[in-house]
Design a protein. Structure first.
Length: 250
């Protein structure tokens, strides 16, 4: 397909789940009677009756078709171009890691590149999981990419907190279910060479914070209960994972 991914159809597949491109092979669904055989570009994303519909346009003859999105489609690729993006909430799983040196926690400084005028924020290393990735594997990958520190999943230990948050980023709305881990490390200087394209746009720097600094700062820190969580981790007072309240951080 357009992205180079091999697509294994199930009898109903009509486009690539990764890039969403298709081929103009049907006059009517499934008949393979179209003579054009041109590539079909995904040009819009509709949302109706509880499901996504991908709108394709043939780059050869210009015909347009509507196709239901499949469960494994990467529909987020179309949200930026879709006229319905403001009505769609992207749900995703994320992993975050509190890296502590026994007295401080490492946070990263960032902003929304689409809205730099709205200011900056601080939060723990971490981010959204890749398709099929476990929360533990996602946690160690994100720490490696964002700080250069290499951890193994076994070093993460038990989950220390969970929460659901809503936020806007680069003109998209997210509902993110987050799982938090904590790892004791020696103080280190984070490296930035592993930042991907999005992180290069959104991340600015790192800094080690004390609990007192978290409690007294006027800057935006997420989650808002981070000082309590870090203090409980440093004091060894966590007997079970904390369930942080749902938050809207926009």
């Amino acid at each position: 397909m357009q992205c180079g991914q091999q697509v294994a159809g199930n009898g109903y597949t009509n486009h690539c789940p990764a890039c969403l491109w298709s081929m103009h092979v049907d006059v009517h669904p499934g008949d393979r009677a179209a003579a054009c055989r041109g590539l079909m570009e995904p040009i819009d994303l509709l949302y109706a009756r509880g499901e996504f519909v991908v709108v394709h346009e043939c780059v050869g003859c210009g015909v347009k078709r509507r196709n239901r999105a499949a469960a494994d489609d990467d529909v987020s690729r179309l949200l930026e171009a879709s006229r319905y993006r403001d009505h769609v909430v992207i749900e995703r799983q994320a992993a975050r890691v509190l890296l502590t040196d026994g007295e401080r926690v490492l946070l990263q400084h960032g902003l929304d590149p689409a809205r730099p005028e709205d200011g900056t924020w601080w939060l723990t290393p971490g981010g959204g999981l890749n398709q099929g990735e476990s929360v533990e594997d996602g946690a160690v990958r994100e720490v490696r990419e964002e700080t250069g520190l290499r951890l193994s999943p076994a070093e993460l230990g038990p989950v220390i907190a969970t929460r659901v948050c809503f936020f806007n980023f680069e003109r998209r709305r997210f509902r993110q279910s987050e799982t938090f881990f904590a790892v004791r490390v020696e103080p280190f200087t984070p490296e930035h060479h592993g930042w991907d394209e999005v992180e290069q746009r959104a991340l600015l720097d790192h800094r080690w914070w004390t609990v007192e600094e978290l409690r007294t700062t006027d800057e935006s820190v997420y989650p808002r209960q981070l000082a309590d969580l870090v203090e409980a981790v440093l004091d060894g007072a966590l007997e079970a994972a904390m369930h942080l309240p749902e938050a809207d951080e926009d």
